[in-house]
Design a protein around this ligand. Structure first.
Ligand SMILES: Cc1cc2nc3c(=O)[nH]c(=O)nc-3n(C[C@H](O)[C@H](O)[C@H](O)COP(=O)(O)OP(=O)(O)OC[C@H]3O[C@@H](n4cnc5c(N)ncnc54)[C@H](O)[C@@H]3O)c2cc1C
Length: 324
């Protein structure tokens, strides 16, 4: 087992890179394991208007390149390995990737989440061309357009309200006969003249050549189908955190987000969760960054504590800390 690293970070999105800047600057030897490409969801994001410090829009790729360059400047090691398993033995976190096994007393989980998909024809093909999973991110591109929102929970209703700032009409399509969302949100949505609702309805397919131009919706009770012209389809039917590699270490249910305290620490000492993988995260770049930084500082404190207590054997060996 490789125990060279003070801090192991799982995932290479914005939360991970922010954490790495802080752990590396604290002279903690840090590795990021990324299964695909550095940048996570930012790589597929065209224009970012709401990340502070960039008064002009910046593309996701530009922003992530800057974050990566900054983390590398402070010495982070990025290894393109998929994390397959995480175990804890006597406080040591053992991370198994598709290439090797690594042990560390501080592990930051930043593996993100993926929006749940409808799985209907046209959804994949028109993703980024009218199909979206993020109203905060993409809503402003739908000024004066007609959009549909799919879902019936708090996020679908609040995002539908948000979209009325830009869109001409917002049609909420919900497969059940009533919403699950909180009453206060529902009252606001139902009194908004731009919002219409189709209950007991599902999307059968999404249409368009280069951009969305409509959907076919089906009533699940009558089985009637109808075409609905629209330029945007916003899907809010939940998200799936990338927690499969944890087995039952932290999550009881498959697909659950990870709970933490305010220091981003999970129920396991020295194990942190940040960004979209975390329960109650606001799922924005800026919040992922803040959570990554919080976990990095907390991990640094934890490792200092452990070193002081003489528990952290690898660091006691003075292998990686310059001052040891
Ligand atoms: C289309 C779109 C547009 C968006 N636009 C905006 C916007 O304008 N502004 C904004 O603030 N937010 C926006 N967001 C949200 C923002 O991108 C996310 O909140 C943010 O990327 C979360 O960062 P993260 O580091 O937690 O996770 P992610 O970005 O999801 O990164 C997680 C990384 O972990 C890797 N990974 C997963 N499992 C493993 C494993 N087992 N082993 C190794 N690596 C693994 C993944 O490959 C990925 O690279 C947008 C999201 C989408 C989808």
């Amino acid at each position: 087992m490789n125990t060279d690293y003070d801090v192991i970070i799982v995932g290479g999105g914005p939360a991970a890179l922010a954490a790495a800047v802080y752990t590396c600057r604290a002279l903690l030897k840090t590795v990021i394991f990324e299964k695909q490409y550095v940048g996570g969801q930012l790589v597929g994001t065209d224009l970012i208007e709401n990340y502070p410090g960039f008064p002009e829009v910046i593309s996701g790729v530009d922003l992530i390149q800057r974050m990566e360059a900054q983390a590398r400047r402070f010495g982070v090691e990025i290894r393109y390995e998929e994390v397959m398993k995480l175990q804890v033995e006597n406080g040591l976190k053992i991370v198994t990737t598709d290439t090797g096994t690594y042990g560390s007393h501080a592990v930051i989980l930043a593996a993100g989440a993926e929006p749940k998909k409808l799985g209907v024809p046209g959804e994949k093909e028109l993703y980024g061309k009218g199909v979206s999973y993020c109203a905060t991110c993409d809503g402003a591109f739908f000024r004066g357009k007609d959009v549909v929102v799919v879902g019936g929970g708090d996020s679908a209703i609040t995002e539908a309200i948000f979209l009325t700032k830009y869109a001409n009409t917002v049609n909420i399509i919900h497969r059940r006969g009533e919403f699950r969302a909180t009453k206060i949100y529902l009252d606001e949505a139902m009194s908004n003249p731009k919002i219409k609702v189709a209950f007991n309805t599902i999307i059968e397919s999404i249409h368009g050549q280069d951009k969305v131009d409509g959907i076919v919706a089906q009533n699940v009770i009558t089985k009637d189908k109808k075409e609905m012209p629209c330029q945007g389809v916003f899907v809010f039917i939940g998200s799936v955190p990338n927690t499969g590699f944890l087995g039952d270490l932290l999550c009881v249910d498959v697909g659950c987000h990870i709970e933490t305290n305010i220091h981003m620490e999970t129920s396991i000492e020295g194990l942190y969760a940040v960004g979209d993988i975390r329960k109650n995260s606001y799922r924005q770049i800026a919040t992922a960054i803040g959570e990554g930084v919080t976990a990095a500082i907390a991990a640094e404190h934890k490792l200092s504590e452990l070193r002081a207590l003489g528990k952290e054997k690898k660091i006691d060996l003075g292998k990686t800390k310059k001052e040891d």
